[in-house]
Ligand binder design. Sequence first.
Ligand SMILES: O=C(O)CCC(=O)C(=O)O
Ligand SMILES: [Fe+2]
Length: 325
Amino acid sequence: MVVKLEKHENVSGDANLAAQGFGRISKIPPPEFDPIVDKDAAYLYFSEHGFAVLKGCLNEKEVTHLNDFIDRTQLERPDAWGLTKQRTSYQHASGLIFSQPLLDYPELDPYTQHPSSFPLVAKLMGGFENVRFSEFNFRDTPEGAGHGAMNFHHDAVIADRYKREPYMPCDWLCAIHYLTDVEPGNPAFCVVPGSTRYQTLEEAYEYLGNAYWEVPIYGDAGTCVLYDTALYHTRLDGDGQRSRRTWHQYYARGGWLPSSLEDIENYTRPPTPVLTNWNLFPERLALHPDPATRLFFSHWNTAQCEWVASGFSEEIRNAMPRGNK
Ligand SMILES: O=C(O)CCC(=O)C(=O)O
Ligand SMILES: [Fe+2]
């Protein structure tokens, strides 16, 4: 039975936090899985809740490499980080983003199928041959980045998720890797477990009843959170003083599937649509000599198609939003 809660009942008792949701903040941390040893358990947990927390996905050397990369590129490419432009208060509050680092930095290529998280990502997408790359970026929420930047939302969704059976594999998933330690007080990723099939956060609140929780995710640098983009989530502000760095990578599902258990002969569920109309894949990845890598980078949007047709022209790239060198 679903027990209906009064709207904005603040179970945690902290009025300041209610602005970013209903304030029904869980004090119980979600389980952390080892990405390799606990892969099957993490898969089951994700299938039920729409997310899974994976511990120790990046080793110390990788965490250092990626933090050094952020330091280096903020000096080398301040424009790509939005550091040279007049920034709006929204941009200030939401922090810095380096949108398309893969375009110019092949040193990042090995991270696109990271050996810790990728086997589970592949299982969640129905197999290695069904995973497609969508997007890769770094974010830096510096000290004092401000309050109230983000509300609960889902990322890209398709309506088919309301009725298809089985629900899994999901359409897109995102991997957020913490590059700095995240504890109470830091900006923290926060999810509403089991909320992938609701149209609004209010609806999730109403129908999930006592099962509705806003679950902040704390973890050491190197922790990875995998979530279905249809899941309601936000970045909690923290104390507005402390910082956080993250690497965000989105994956999509490739191939055709049946969308109903009654009609499993009929492959009516197409590959997931493209995530954005601006994200570009560089030539070395889009036209990679290895067919499996080419397939991984095969979800091209129309901007990419035009860029490929131009022979990956610098001029065409520079005319595109966020493509600027
Ligand atoms: O940075 C985070 O913790 C969440 C970011 C997010 O949800 C988004 O950019 O859509
Ligand atoms: Fe989001």
